[in-house]
Design a binder for this molecule. Structure first.
Ligand code: KIV
Length: 289
């Protein structure tokens, strides 16, 4: 059974919410021409239908990131995130959007073993969610897999630099590439992913000079997160930029203090219930006179 609403641009299904033509992977790739990106690519994470509705008009891409492990499920890393979680949230985000390209993260363990395993997982994600692309972490080691997927109709976003699924190898979530050898490896990773056909590349948590080098040396748009203003676009975890958490990484700009505002709203509600000031007549059903 299909779990998503058919894309209204390609079917005669009831338009939800209005007919529109979604952003495509080739359109995102074409933003960068001859090494320059005239209009930076705007991406945010989204995990729910309602948040997708709110973000969609402002974004080129919505990423159903496996960061949902920490943000939605309270897990301590992205390692335990499952295909079922990604498919359920991916379908919700597709249902809540009509303009942005929706990309879904491939969870840890669903793609690393072989290109065939990756194809099985990616095709399931696309069938069950209706998303138009997947993202997977890794550089040179994942290049054959990215090539395999793109040749078989699956647009892929690469992800290099700080790759959170490799936290147990990296030893933490600190910025990468402080040493020359590691910086060279991150650049080689980005080039390999680019050559393999990724239509854009997320570069996370790297020194500015590495982000600059990568952006200059790959054909695909580079979407930075903690990778400076030198990239071709930016992505942030939505809950971080809305101020939902007390602590955020240094590279996050808080555009709101939603945690504070939600706390204040809950406090007012609790006070009014305890003082019997809510509900009032305005919120009460009574027989019509
Ligand atoms: O999972 C995620 O949200 C991501 C972004 C941080 C790029 O991969």
């Amino acid at each position: 059974m299909s779990t998503f609403t058919i894309d209204t641009s390609t079917s005669r299904a009831t338009p939800v919410p209005v007919p529109g033509k979604r952003m495509t992977a080739p359109a995102i790739r074409a933003r960068k021409a001859e090494g320059r990106t005239a209009e930076p690519v705007v991406m945010l994470t989204a995990y729910t239908m309602r948040m997708a509705q709110l973000l969609d008009p402002h974004c080129d891409m919505l990423l159903v990131g496996d960061s949902l492990g920490q943000v939605i499920y309270g897990l301590s890393s992205t390692i335990p995130v499952t295909m079922e979680m990604m498919c359920a949230h991916g379908a919700a985000v597709v249902r809540g959007s009509w303009h942005a390209l929706v990309a879904v993260d491939m969870p840890f363990g669903s793609y690393e073993a072989s290109p065939e395993q990756a194809f099985g997982s990616a095709s399931r994600i696309m069938k069950e969610t209706g998303c138009a692309a997947v993202k997977l972490e890794g550089g040179e080691a994942m290049a054959p897999t990215i090539d395999f997927l793109t040749r078989r109709g699956i647009p892929v976003i690469g992800h290099v630099g700080l790759t959170p699924q490799a936290v147990n190898i990296l030893g933490g979530y600190g910025a990468r590439g402080r040493e020359k050898r590691e910086a060279g490896k991150i650049l080689a990773d980005a080039k390999a992913v680019d050559d393999a056909g990724a239509f854009c590349i997320v570069v996370e948590g790297v020194m500015e000079d590495i982000a600059t080098e990568i952006t200059r040396n790959v054909g695909a748009p580079v979407i930075g997160i903690g990778a400076s203003a030198q990239c071709d676009g930016q992505v942030l975890v939505i809950d971080d930029m809305l101020g939902m958490f007390e602590r955020t990484p240094r590279f996050v700009k808080r555009y709101d203090d939603l945690a504070g505002r939600i706390g204040e709203a809950a406090k007012s509600y609790a006070e009014e219930v305890r003082a019997r000031r809510f509900p009032t007549g305005d919120q009460t059903y009574r027989p019509k006179k």
